[in-house]
Write a protein that binds this ligand. Structure first.
Ligand code: FPP
Length: 256
């Protein structure tokens, strides 16, 4: 990948924007994104599907910058699901190679911007070298205090819940000690708050096994725009839509 995703912009999230109402609306603390439509984007241009994934990867730069500018503190990206292994081997290899490329070319820049990287999902099915590099990236950025960037790669919500249950059983926890807080500590997202806003691009309206526990009270925003074209204007639209909603979390009085 020739162009760094995060070249020389200011640190994000921009400190003055955090926790503020920008442009008159409340900004979500955690935005999770289902980056859909790469394949269709490529198909419409007569390009191979992997070119869509490459364009989608390049798009991360402007979206992360825009979210940071608005003061979003946590961003989680759904990059590869546990079900995506069933795609053609060439596409799977291509996506793993994109991840490898992103680690090689972007981790330093992210670290310089005080971004903390988290991996959500299984590590054991990646090539050994990639596993090592992911661990190194997590270790390098673990004390950073700026934006948290969760990368869900080989992630599945059901798999996450099953793994949590197995670990709880292994730890011998008594049933009366298990509540939502304790259960949450066994999830891949243990270091993240629940997502306030989940964005899905390319017109689809489903979760596809993404953060199924954590999204209990998330707001959902669907855009017809395919992921590679989802730019800062689209980000602003999504944030504005979130900011205009009233959240009651099952109560009668608005909360937050
Ligand atoms: C869905 O589009 C997209 C994916 C399965 C992959 C998303 C991955 C990236 C953008 C690159 C990797 C990112 C990181 C953070 C390393 P689709 O292929 O299902 O699109 P379609 O529905 O139009 O076919």
């Amino acid at each position: 990948m020739s162009e760094a995703l995060l070249p020389s912009q200011p640190f994000f999230p921009s400190p003055e924007a955090v926790g503020q109402q920008t442009n008159g609306y409340k900004v979500p603390n955690h935005v999770a994104i289902i980056m859909d439509g790469n394949g269709r984007w490529a198909g419409q241009r007569g390009l191979p599907r992997l070119e869509g994934h490459r364009a989608g990867t390049q798009n991360l730069h402007r979206v992360l910058e825009a979210l940071g500018r608005h003061g979003v503190r946590h961003v989680t990206l759904y990059a590869f699901s546990t079900e995506n292994w069933s795609r053609p081997p060439e596409e799977v290899r291509g996506l793993l190679s994109i991840l490898q490329g992103v680690i090689e070319s972007e981790v330093r820049a992210l670290h310089a911007k005080n971004v903390r990287i988290l991996h959500l999902g299984r590590l054991d099915r990646f090539p050994k070298r990639l596993q090592r590099e992911i661990r190194r990236a997590l270790e390098l950025t673990r004390n950073n205090t700026g934006m948290t960037l969760g990368v869900a790669f080989d992630y599945g919500g059901r798999d996450e819940i099953l793994e949590a249950v197995k670990a709880i059983v292994r730890d011998g926890l008594a049933p009366e000690r298990i509540d939502e807080t304790v259960f949450g500590r066994y999830l891949y997202t243990r270091e993240l708050p629940d997502p306030d806003l989940i964005i899905r691009t390319a017109g689809e309206q489903r979760l596809s096994n993404f953060l199924i526990w954590q999204s209990a009270y998330s707001e959902f925003y669907c855009s017809p725009c395919p992921w590679p074209d989802f730019d800062e204007v689209e980000v602003e639209r999504a944030l504005r839509s979130f900011g205009e909603r009233t959240r009651r979390f099952g109560a009668l009085i608005p909360i937050g």
